[in-house]
Design a protein around this ligand. Structure first.
Ligand code: 13P
Ligand code: SF4
Length: 403
């Protein structure tokens, strides 16, 4: 039986700079995981009290029985007790690509969040069935852009500019399938944090302006890297009632090249310039690397930024003895510290919140969906409606086709 990881990364920082969670986020029985847990009510009571060891044993048995009929995909932010089962682990781009290119297995069990499983369902072959272990595992950023709000904003933009022909809608992967479909229908495209630059270039070759949602920070950071000035970026406040142009003056819209949706990730928005300054003061040789969902000033002050896969690669390729401060979710940072004992890897945020929605994929849910498959029962299937799938696939395939 593979060992469960106990994460104790080397950390030279004093208490003020330490992540509270650096010693690992141990899995408790589902019934006791109160801090981040959001129960999916349907899970049978027999799973509520099982500890991590027992769940590991049961998942392993189910998986051995199912063999190649099932593939388990794991996003980098999943906890160790889940990631140990991932046939493929990766960033949201790599996992979508996997789903698009590997029709072998009948079931794709997606250990990640809802929008990722939806993308897999859109891209997978028709005979493949996608399962999300806990249907409550969403993404608070994705929830900031609802389909009616985005369509209403689009209509307002059309009225203001006398049409939308020159506006290219770009949705971050972290969005509902219906918004990917909206982009597919309106000459737009999807991006992830690993290809946002290429995607924005693609969009600017086709239109004067980009309407970017839901993450303002990824849009701003990418636009800036491409030479769009902050003055040419307008921030659309979706909380205002319709008819108020998202709180923007007509002039600000007229000079805009990117219209940014006012969405954010609550995990990444916590990283600050003050944390980077404190880290550099303590460790002058430290490299600082952050996810582009962090604020503009944080990304500007960092040495590098990129997707979760980029961060993992950066750390793996750094020379022994490197000191690297990271601004992203704690499960990934802890894993990188554990896997790179010859380097000092630490999280920039002293009081780190894991992504609470990623954390909802407790091993009890994985055991439940896997054992159900053994019995021939599919639970928690993700089924994007056909019409949505059709248009969303257009926007996703435009992204996948970019080299
Ligand atoms: P990646 O595409 O970099 O894995 O990011 C997904 C995500 O949700 C980050 O918060
Ligand atoms: Fe969503 Fe943020 Fe969690 Fe990523 S880290 S899944 S953007 S809430």
């Amino acid at each position: 039986m593979a060992e469960l990881l106990t994460l104790t990364p080397p950390n030279p920082f004093d208490v003020a700079l330490q992540c509270e969670t650096d010693t690992g986020i141990a899995t408790l029985p589902l019934s006791q995981e109160l801090s981040f847990g959001s129960w999916q009510r349907g899970i049978p009571a027999e799973y509520w009290e099982l500890d991590a060891e027992e769940l590991t044993r049961r998942i392993r048995m189910a998986r051995a029985t199912l063999g190649s009929r099932v593939v388990i995909l794991g996003h980098h932010y999943q906890r160790e007790d889940i990631i140990q089962f991932a046939d493929e682990r990766g960033d949201s781009f790599a996992l979508a690509q996997y789903a698009a290119e590997r029709p072998e297995s009948e079931y794709i069990v997606f250990c990640g969040v809802h929008f990722m499983a939806e993308a897999a369902d859109i891209l997978a072959a028709p005979h493949q069935r996608v399962i999300l272990p806990n249907l409550e595992a969403g993404c608070s950023m994705a929830d900031m852009a609802s389909d009616p709000d985005v369509r209403a904003a689009w209509a307002e933009l059309g009225e203001h500019f006398g049409g939308t022909e020159d506006i290219i809608p770009v949705t971050y992967m972290n969005s509902a399938a219906s918004l990917k479909a909206f982009c597919g229908e309106n000459g737009g495209i999807v991006c992830t944090s690993s290809n946002a630059t290429k995607v924005l270039q693609w969009a600017f070759e086709r239109g004067k302006r980009v309407f970017f949602f839901p993450d303002q920070h990824l849009g701003r950071n990418t636009g800036h890297a491409l030479g769009v000035t902050l003055d040419q970026m307008a921030l659309w406040n979706w909380r205002l009632p319709n008819g108020r142009l998202g709180g923007l003056e007509g002039e600000a819209l007229d000079r805009s090249r990117i219209i940014l949706w006012q969405g954010h990730c609550s995990v990444h928005q916590r990283f600050s310039l003050t944390q980077i300054e404190a880290a550099r003061a303590k460790y002058p040789t430290a490299k600082i690397i952050v996810h582009p969902e962090c604020r503009y000033d944080v990304v500007q002050a960092a040495d590098a930024n990129g997707s979760t896969a980029f961060i993992a690669k950066y750390v793996a390729e750094a020379p022994a003895g490197s000191v690297i401060g990271i601004g992203t979710e704690i499960n990934l940072v802890s894993r990188l510290a554990h896997e790179n004992p010859d380097k000092t890897i630490f999280c920039l945020d002293p009081v780190v919140c894991p992504c609470s929605t990623m954390y909802r994929v407790h091993p009890a849910y994985l055991a439940w969906v896997m054992e159900s498959l053994v019995r021939g029962e599919v639970v928690n299937e993700i089924n994007v409606p056909d019409e949505t799938k059709l248009h969303a696939r257009v926007a996703l395939e435009r992204m996948l086709a970019l080299k």
